[in-house]
Design a binder for this molecule. Structure first.
Ligand SMILES: Cc1ncc(C[n+]2csc(CCOP(=O)(O)OP(=O)(O)O)c2C)c(N)n1
Length: 279
C-alpha cells in the first residue's frame, strides 16, 4: 500500500520475484524485475481500506487489525529510555520527551536524517496529519519553511520542526521569514555535529567515515541575531520542560538545540539487521 520504487528497493522484500503482489496506490507502479504485480488497485488508499474492511466484516471473515504484538514491541522500545538521564541524550528519550511535550493535535514536521529513522519508528500519533514526514524525495531542510507554512495555515495550532543540525544550517535563513511573518513555531535541532545518517551509512559499509563532521554556531546568539529565541539543552532533564514551555508560550520562533548520542544508531542496526538508506 502506497509503495513507490524510489523509496525502497523491492529486491529486499521479493528477491526471487516469486511473491504475489497486490499493489494499492493512487498510481500504478513502474515495472521492476522484483515487483511484478498480480493485481493493481488504483484508488484512494484510505477509501480502499475502509471498503475492504466493510466487505470482510459483511462476509464474516475473521481478521485482527490491531496487531497487539507489534504495538507492544514498539511501545516497549518507545518507553525504554524514558528515565535514561545520559547526556548527550539517547534518541529514544528525545522522541519520548517530544511526544510528551507536544499536544495531541500539535503538528510535528520531521526532517531527513538519522533523526527520521528514530521519529518515524517511535513517535506515536493520535490524530491524522499530526506527524509529517517526507519519505519520498527525502530532501533535507524542508521542515523549516514547512513549519512557516503550517503555522500560517493554522496560526492557533502548535507547530514543531524537528531537524538535524545539518538540515538546520542548510535553510537557516528561513528563520528570518518566520520572524518577519510573525509565525509562531518551535524548531528542535538534534545536535551531533555531523551529517549523522551519512556517517551511519559509511560506518556500516566501510567501517569508517570522513568529511561528515562539522561545527555548529551558538544557537542562542544565532536565534537572537534573527529576533528568535535560542535554547541550549545541557542535561537530559532540561529538554521536556524547555520544549513544553516553548510550545505553549506566547509568540515568535523558539530554537532548541539538543545534543544527541548517535552511538545508538549502530546498536539499532545490531538489533534490527539491515536498514534502507535511500534518500
Ligand atoms: C538536499 C539534500 N542534500 C543531501 C541529502 C542526502 N542526505 C540525507 S540525510 C543527510 C544528512 C543529514 O544530516 P543532519 O541534518 O545533521 O541530520 P542527522 O542525520 O545528523 O540526524 C544527507 C546529506 C538529502 N537527502 N537532501
Amino acid at each position: 500500500m502506497g509503495f513507490s520504487i524510489q523509496q525502497f528497493d523491492p529486491k529486499k522484500i521479493n528477491p526471487n520475484d516469486d511473491k504475489a503482489i497486490i499493489h494499492i496506490n493512487t498510481f500504478v507502479e513502474d515495472t521492476d524485475a522484483h515487483y511484478s504485480t498480480t493485481l493493481n488497485i488504483m484508488a484512494d488508499i484510505d477509501q480502499t481500506l475502509a471498503a475492504l474492511i466493510v466487505r470482510l466484516r459483511r462476509e464474516g471473515v475473521a481478521f485482527d487489525d490491531s496487531h497487539p504484538a507489534i504495538r507492544e514491541l514498539l511501545h516497549r522500545e518507545y518507553e525504554s529510555c524514558a528515565d535514561d538521564d545520559s547526556f548527550p541524550m539517547k534518541p529514544q528519550r528525545i522522541v519520548y520527551d517530544t511526544r510528551r511535550a507536544v499536544e495531541d493535535d500539535g503538528v510535528v514536521l520531521v526532517d531527513t536524517g538519522a533523526l527520521k529513522m528514530w521519529m518515524a519508528r517511535l513517535y506515536p500519533t493520535y490524530r491524522s496529519n499530526t506527524c509529517v514526514i517526507d519519505n519520498s524525495l527525502s530532501t533535507m531542510a524542508w521542515t523549516l519553511p514547512g513549519a512557516v507554512a503550517a503555522s500560517m495555515a493554522d496560526p492557533g495550532r502548535p507547530v514543531l520542526a524537528v531537524m538535524g543540525d545539518g538540515s538546520f544550517m542548510m535553510n537557516v535563513q528561513e528563520i528570518e521569514t518566520a520572524v518577519r511573518c510573525g509565525c509562531r513555531m518551535v524548531i528542535l535541532v538534534w545536535v551531533d555535529e555531523a551529517y549523522g545518517l551519512i556517517k551511519w551509512k559509511m560506518d556500516i559499509h566501510d567501517g569508517t567515515h570522513e568529511y561528515v563532521d562539522f561545527n555548529n554556531p551558538d544557537v542562542v546568539a544565532l536565534g537572537a541575531s534573527f529576533g528568535a529565541k535560542g535554547h541550549e539543552i545541557e542535561s537530559a532533564d532540561e529538554l521536556y520542560p524547555v520544549l513544553h514551555h516553548a510550545l505553549r508560550s506566547g509568540s515568535g520562533v523558539d530554537i532548541i538545540a539538543c545534543p544527541v548520542d548517535y552511538r545508538e544508531n549502530m546498536r539499532l542496526i545490531e538489533k534490527l539487521g539491515d536498514i534502507d538508506f535511500s534518500g
